[in-house]
Design a protein around this ligand. Structure first.
Ligand code: B1M
Length: 211
């Protein structure tokens, strides 16, 4: 790994919110591609944070400060990942499902969708099924994207789809799901229209729904 990526990785691991935006800028100035900075310098650091948590070396506060450092760095990276100035292709409602507070992956999905030309209505985290339904009625999106990072909150994706069906809004949208524990098989089982393993494939999938 280059020195720039090394510093960025270590800064996120240490939860250094002050240095991380500067480290992203330094990596950009060194000519590193935004997706390399994201995947090798940032997402890989968050994976190690998760590993350290599993091993009992990190606890929730450490995960939280690493997440804050990552979010601060993403603020600098965002304009480089997102194109601008084009008419929206369509609208996507995005949210992390009820009971789940993880939002970094969901925020990346939002960035990539915006970069692909979608208008994104981001409902945030801990989104109840009724809130998704309300947002569909208000914004008339073509696509709904749900994120879940916990095995305990994944079932809420199915609950949300069932609630959309009961409310009569499911047939107006395509539903896609993602997040670390989610699989294509799970997506099919709960009746989602698609699954994306990462944020850039989420944008490709959303575009394919419009075709
Ligand atoms: Co949490 N946490 N956490 N956590 N956390 C995980 C998920 C965990 C795997 C850590 C571990 O044990 N290794 C574990 C889950 C275990 C499980 O369910 N099997 C876990 C746990 C247990 C918990 C708590 C229960 C801990 C506790 O309190 N005891 C608690 C739950 C709180 C809650 O949600 N109710 C908790 C809390 C937290 C923090 C708040 C401290 C913090 C989140 C801060 C935040 O998000 N603002 C946090 C963090 C940071 C993590 C890890 C370390 C990193 C997550 C992350 O941001 N990854 C995580 C370990 C890990 O993931 N390795 C962990 C980077 C991000 C870019 O990846 O979100 O996977 P990801 O997104 C990817 C893809 O999944 C995909 O695109 C992105 C890449 O391009 N994607 C989608 C995501 N959403 C998509 C939607 C789509 C498509 C693609 O729609 C179509």
């Amino acid at each position: 790994m280059s020195n720039e990526l090394d510093d960025l990785y270590e800064g996120i691991l240490d939860g250094d919110m002050g240095a991380t935006p500067d480290n992203v800028q330094t990596a950009l100035d060194a000519g590193l591609a935004p997706d390399v900075i994201l995947n090798e310098g940032m997402i890989s650091a968050m994976s190690e944070v998760g590993q350290l948590f599993e091993e009992g070396e990190y606890f929730v506060p450490e995960m939280l400060i690493s997440a804050r450092a990552m979010q601060a760095g993403l603020g600098v990276l965002k304009p480089h990942l997102v194109a601008s100035g084009v008419d929206p292709l369509g609208t996507v409602v995005v949210g992390t499902v009820q009971g789940d507070m993880h939002d970094i992956g969901k925020n990346l999905v939002t960035m990539m969708l915006e970069g692909a030309g979608f208008e994104v209505i981001d409902l945030g985290v801990d989104v109840k099924p009724e809130r998704f339904i309300e947002a569909i009625r208000e914004n008339k999106p073509q696509v709904v994207a749900m994120s879940a990072l916990l095995t305990t909150t994944m079932p809420k994706m199915g609950v949300t789809i069932d609630a959309m069906r009961e409310a009569g809004v499911l047939e107006t949208v395509k539903v896609m799901v993602g997040g670390a524990p989610v699989t294509a098989e799970f997506a099919e089982k709960i009746g989602a229209n698609g699954y994306a393993p990462d944020a850039s494939q989420a944008a490709t999938l959303a575009k394919s729904f419009l075709a």
